[in-house]
Design a protein around this ligand. Structure first.
Ligand SMILES: Nc1ncnc2c1ncn2[C@@H]1O[C@H](COP(=O)(O)OP(=O)(O)O)[C@@H](O)[C@H]1O
Ligand SMILES: [Mg+2]
Length: 390
């Protein structure tokens, strides 16, 4: 730590990166134990296994499956049972061919990326696994994406990988990871290999659990004493709304960067609040991306009408909606449709509405925008609305 711009609070920022796998996953001991139980026969009697990990975003599914596989490979090697694993993100690789290619290139980087059928790739994979005498654990992360695109046959093939073998040790186990329960997407044949008992649930983290996770990560990534307890508590409370550890670690990282920019000795509660606003805008962006043009226009109209006020009325928003629709070359829809859009946008949590009586006996609906400065929201929407639609 010198005076010329070296980090003051951050010790090891790589520990905050999203692909860092912690040595120990606090509050996931039960899930780890279940995995160890399920996979014990793989080490001891050479059979294959399947497991299904289910839970919301940021509940530690990917991190737990990676930690588990790393430990399993280590233990296998100690026991003279060679093991290996591959994690495939099926959101990025959402076809059978893309997944298989990832598996084959794990062993042979130069395997050509086209020209081979799935059967040929499966055969190549089997050959690599067998010549190395390995047991391979394949983790299909976000497997529901794959299934929804009709690639269930690959899961069937992988779950029956060892079937044509007579005697000898099984060579491939499968872990499916998904946000949603997906056994109902499987055909009966593959379903029969996924015993229901092997489903492991990942619940949303509670505030005290998030506090432990954040405290642990702060210890790894920051200099001692630079992240006060009150900042850790605040991060835990903010992210408990979603029970999402990724959100918590993102806030910790951003707050740390803000403290660095200020050349501050500590990550303050104010840094955390600023980081929250920033991180929320990431969440908001992904929600806004899910809206069609008309709904984006309604949201933009709200943001514009608000300027620096806390609330606006629906009448003001509707007037503004006509203006912004015209600006963006869209035909404004009628009153009923406008109301439906407003409800939809508020259903996404992007707007809040409240109804209150006024002195003349009528009822007025007031609208506010939670969590994100309206200026940031307006800019985001203007930018998205000017992009060509695909
Ligand atoms: N129990 C935990 N202890 C420490 N870090 C965790 C824990 N659970 C999740 N994380 C961290 O939170 C982030 C999100 O976890 P991840 O496994 O990607 O969630 P999911 O795959 O369920 O969306 C990762 O950076 C991960 O390292
Ligand atoms: Mg994940």
């Amino acid at each position: 730590m010198n005076r010329y711009g070296s980090p003051k609070v951050l010790k090891d920022p790589a520990k905050l990166s999203f692909d860092y796998v912690p040595e120990r996953l606090v509050h996931r001991e039960r899930q780890m134990d279940r995995l160890r139980m399920i996979f014990r026969p793989v080490l001891e009697s050479g059979v294959s296994q399947t497991a299904l990990l289910i839970g919301n975003v940021g509940t530690g599914k990917t991190a737990t499956s990676k930690r588990f596989c790393l430990d399993l490979v280590r233990e296998g090697n100690e026991r003279g049972r060679p093991m290996d694993f591959v994690v495939v993100n099926c959101r990025q690789r959402s076809t059978e061919a893309a997944v298989l290619l990832r598996l084959v290139t794990h062993f042979d980087e130069r395997f050509p990326d086209r020209g081979f059928s799935t059967m040929e790739m499966l055969r190549a994979l089997r050959k690599h696994v067998e010549t190395r005498g390995l047991h391979l654990v394949v983790v299909l992360d976000e497997a529901d994406v794959l299934l929804r695109r009709g690639a269930g046959d690959l899961i069937y093939q992988l779950s029956r990988f060892d079937e044509e073998k007579i005697g000898g040790r099984a060579s491939l186990s499968l872990i499916l990871v998904s946000q949603k329960y997906l056994l109902d997407l499987l055909d009966p044949a593959s379903l029969s290999t996924f015993r229901r008992a092997n489903t492991i649930q990942f619940d949303r983290y509670t505030a005290p659990e998030l506090r432990d996770i954040v405290a642990e990560r702060a210890k790894l990534a920051f200099h001692p004493g630079t992240v006060p307890d009150e900042s850790i508590d605040l991060i835990a409370d903010i992210s408990a709304e979603f029970g999402d550890a990724r959100f918590a670690i993102e806030i910790l990282e951003k707050a740390g960067m803000l403290a660095e920019e200020e050349r501050s000795e500590q990550v303050t509660a104010e840094n955390v609040r600023a980081a929250k606003a920033f991180t929320y805008s990431v969440v908001t962006r992904s929600k806004v991306e899910g809206l069609d043009v008309q709904r984006r226009l309604v949201l933009l109209a709200t943001a514009r009408a608000m300027k620096d006020r806390a609330y606006v009325t629906t009448g003001e928003v509707e007037k503004m909606y006509h203006v912004v629709a015209e600006e963006h070359g869209q035909r404004p829809r009628g009153h009923t449709q406008f109301w439906a859009y407003l409800q939809a946008v508020s259903g996404e949590g992007l707007l809040e509405t409240k109804v209150s009586g006024d002195p003349s006996g009528g009822r007025t609906t007031y609208i506010s925008v939670p969590d994100i400065p309206v200026k940031v929201l307006s800019e985001m929407l203007e930018e998205m609305l000017s992009e060509p639609e695909d």
